[in-house]
Structure formats: structure tokens, C-alpha cells
Ligand binder design. Structure first.
Ligand SMILES: CC(C)(COP(=O)(O)OP(=O)(O)OC[C@H]1O[C@@H](n2cnc3c(N)ncnc32)[C@H](O)[C@@H]1OP(=O)(O)O)[C@@H](O)C(=O)NCCC(=O)NCCS
Length: 191
């Protein structure tokens, strides 16, 4: 698939490129990535370069994983990334300095809307999974209209592929009426 540019009120989502190497390496050294993501650890500039110059373009071409850079404007520095994988699962992170402004919920809503636009065939729902306890990520999923689900096996693989307890949610084309309330057991009822 050819890379697609998405726009929101405050953001542009476009292709992450080699120019983003230093920032990606810097952001991915955040201890939260060790706890909640499967990115290499310790994360080096070489990891970032290989991700941007090899992995991202190949995964767009095959359609296996569509990764967008999150920027304020086209050509601006990268704030974070969001990806949509084969199997309709979403993944995302923001550099620590860019959190706290609800940017990811905005990016996530745009990617879901795009996923349901018909460009990718047969998307009935978009899936979100996070390690149990990743409340910031759960807040983002709730804000973007996901509904929490409890599959029989609720896990997510860790760096070595071993299963960890996880929270799951899905987003259908139409936000379901009970979506917000479904988060209450883990996030409470306040926004
Ligand atoms: C998940 C992440 C992208 C959210 O960043 P963000 O878009 O800036 O989100 P915000 O900081 O605006 O916070 C989102 C919500 O979570 C809440 N929140 C933030 N950190 C929190 C925490 N540690 N515990 C509980 N709630 C938290 C905020 O109050 C906010 O609530 P609201 O949306 O109801 O107002 C960011 O924390 C991140 O990159 N984390 C590391 C990578 C990661 O975990 N990715 C997801 C893997 S599934």
C-alpha cells in the first residue's frame, strides 16, 4: 500500500522518515517503553534508523503494518507514532514531552475513521490491547470511542513473546452506546 497522509484539527499524520532518527531514538529510551511496549531495550540510534529506513517502508509496501508519524504540521518534528497492523490492531506512543494534551486520542480517532473508510477491506472493528495497568493508554482508547471487551484469553506478548495479562477493547464503525461505560471497572466513571 502507498503511504496515506491523514489530517486532524491539530495534527498531520504522515510517513516517518530517516530524518526522524534522532528523535525516535530519544523518545524510545523512555522507561515507560520498557514497561509497556515491545520496542528493543536499550534502544539505540541504529534501532531507530533501521525502523525508519527498512521496517516502516517495507511494512507499508506489504500492508503488514501502516505506521504514521504524528506531527503538528507537515515537515515538522515527530511527536510520536501510531500504527495499524494486519489483523486490525492499533499501536501508538508519544514522546514524553508531548503528552498531556490529548493528542493521541485525536490521532487514534483519525486512524479509526480512515480504517472504516473502505481503503482497507473487511475492517469490522479496530482492536486495542495494552498491558494491564496502562491507564494512560486506556484513557486514550476510551476517548477515541473504543469499547472494552474481555476475551477468554486476555493477554499481550512481552518482548520475548511471553504472554502478559492485558486489557482489550474494540472500536466498530459506529461508536456503541455502552462504549464509555465499559471502562468503568478499570478507569472509574469520571472523564
Ligand atoms: C499512551 C500515551 C500515548 C497517552 O498520551 P497522551 O495522548 O498525551 O495522553 P494524555 O497524557 O493526554 O492522557 C490521556 C488520559 O490519560 C490520563 N493519564 C495520563 N497518564 C496517566 C496515568 N499514568 N495514570 C492514569 N491516567 C493517566 C490523563 O488524565 C488523560 O485522561 P483524559 O483523556 O480522560 O483527559 C502516552 O502515555 C504514551 O506514549 N505512553 C507510553 C507508550 C504506551 O504506553 N503506548 C500505548 C501502548 S498500548
Amino acid at each position: 500500500m502507498r503511504p496515506v497522509v491523514l489530517r486532524t484539527e491539530r495534527l498531520v499524520l504522515d510517513l516517518p522518515v530517516e530524518h526522524d532518527t534522532e528523535l525516535v531514538a530519544h523518545y524510545c529510551g523512555d522507561p515507560l517503553f520498557l514497561k509497556y511496549l515491545t520496542t528493543p531495550w536499550p534502544y539505540t540510534v541504529e534501532h531507530a534508523r533501521a525502523f525508519l529506513t527498512e521496517y516502516v517502508p517495507a511494512a507499508w509496501a506489504s500492508g503488514d503494518e501502516l505506521t504514521w508519524a504524528i506531527r503538528r504540521h507537515e515537515g515538522d518534528s515527530l511527536l510520536g507514532v501510531i500504527c495499524f497492523r494486519r489483523g486490525n490492531e492499533i499501536g501508538f506512543w508519544l514522546g514524553a514531552e508531548h503528552r498531556g494534551d490529548a493528542l493521541m486520542a485525536e490521532a487514534l480517532s483519525a486512524v479509526c475513521e480512515w480504517a472504516f473508510s473502505g481503503t482497507v477491506p473487511d475492517v469490522e472493528s479496530v482492536l486495542w490491547r495494552a498491558n494491564e495497568g496502562n491507564r494512560a493508554s486506556a484513557h486514550v482508547a476510551r476517548a477515541a470511542g473504543f469499547r472494552r471487551i474481555t476475551p477468554r484469553i486476555a493477554t499481550v506478548p512481552d518482548r520475548r513473546g511471553h504472554p502478559l495479562p492485558a486489557w482489550h477493547a474494540e472500536h466498530r464503525a459506529e461508536v456503541e452506546p455502552d462504549a464509555f461505560a465499559s471502562w468503568e471497572p478499570i478507569l472509574g466513571s469520571a472523564t
